[in-house]
Design a protein around this ligand. Structure first.
Ligand code: 3ML
Length: 107
């Protein structure tokens, strides 16, 4: 499984509630994107700094998302799709900054 995590920052011009609404629209749109096995987007709720190890101070960011793909062929199919392109156009309207993180299994 290919899994890509994203940190999302809302544009300065957008309120948190407007951003939350666009995240919901973006999630609904994701269900029609071909070859996207799963998409999740979650709003940042709390960022406690009282961690049991040294605190990593990054951000600020407003949401965390993740895209799942079954394999490289599916990922390529997703990249080529017009519906995916429309989805990214919507992304441009409410994602001010995006940090993609390609993750891999531990084994
Ligand atoms: C890539 C993505 C990360 C995310 O949250 O949504 C998708 C598509 C987009 O950036 O518009």
């Amino acid at each position: 499984m290919i899994r890509i995590v994203y940190l999302l920052v809302r544009p300065e011009s957008m309120t948190p509630s407007e951003f939350a609404e666009e995240c919901r629209v973006h999630y609904d749109m994701s269900r029609k994107v071909p070859a996207l096995y799963k998409y999740e987007v979650r709003l940042v709720d709390q960022e406690p700094s009282d961690t049991h190890v040294a605190y990593l101070d990054i951000g600020p960011f407003d949401a965390v998302a993740e895209c799942w793909f079954e394999n490289r062929d599916k990922y390529d199919e997703y990249l080529a799709s017009d519906i995916r392109k429309e989805w990214f156009e919507h992304g441009k309207t409410f994602i001010g900054q995006l940090k993609p993180i390609y993750t891999r299994e531990i084994h």
